[in-house]
Write a protein that binds this ligand. Structure first.
Ligand code: ADP
Length: 165
């Protein structure tokens, strides 16, 4: 089992599954969501329309279409409201659900963006700690997943993840 942190555009990664930090509509947005929809092409939006949205803390799976990744897990992270509205548990659930969906398609490799830490304002140090600990705890012996990449967009975020790994 390998856990890595890198600085990259997640849409360029040649992995089995990339995770999207989506919103409840699953119909695209800004940030990493917009980048994934642009790179995957309009077929991704059509596939997402069939899914009927997604609750916070949950996730849904589509194909990757024009992306190098075979699949996209669309996870809906919590908006940060100060930390007393279940934000940590909802964020952890995103990572758990994403791992479970990736295992359901026998994925060997998965890459995560730093869910909720952009427009949704979840503090990066706390979010990264939840990301790393939840992923480690979710990957049991016998999991199809052998490689997990935490794909950071900024050098500052990368430093936070590297300190934890
Ligand atoms: P959220 O609404 O969940 O906060 P954002 O997309 O605003 O989602 O931000 C989540 C994280 O994704 C942020 O750290 C942001 O810098 C990062 N990000 C934005 N574009 C990309 C990309 N192309 N690849 C990887 N990470 C990205």
């Amino acid at each position: 089992m390998q856990l890595n942190a890198i600085q990259a555009d997640i849409t360029t990664l040649e992995v089995d599954v990339i995770v999207n930090a989506a919103n409840q509509s699953l119909l695209g947005g800004g940030g990493v969501d917009g980048a994934i929809h642009r790179a995957a092409g309009r077929e991704l939006l059509a596939a997402c329309r069939q899914l009927g949205g997604c609750a916070t803390g949950e996730a849904k799976l589509t194909q990757g279409f024009a992306l190098p990744a075979r699949y996209v897990v669309h996870a809906v992270g919590p908006v940060w409201h100060g930390g007393n509205r279940g934000e940590a548990e909802n964020l952890a659930n995103c990572y758990r659900r994403a791992i479970a969906l990736a295992e359901s398609v026998e994925a060997h490799s998965i890459a995560f963006p730093s869910i909720s830490t952009g427009v949704y304002r979840f503090p990066i140090e706390q979010a990264a700690e939840i990301a790393v600990s939840t992923v480690k705890a979710s990957l049991e012996a016998g999991s199809s997943i052998k490689e997990v990449t935490f794909c950071c967009f900024s050098a500052d975020d990368l430093a936070v993840y590297q300190a934890l790994l």
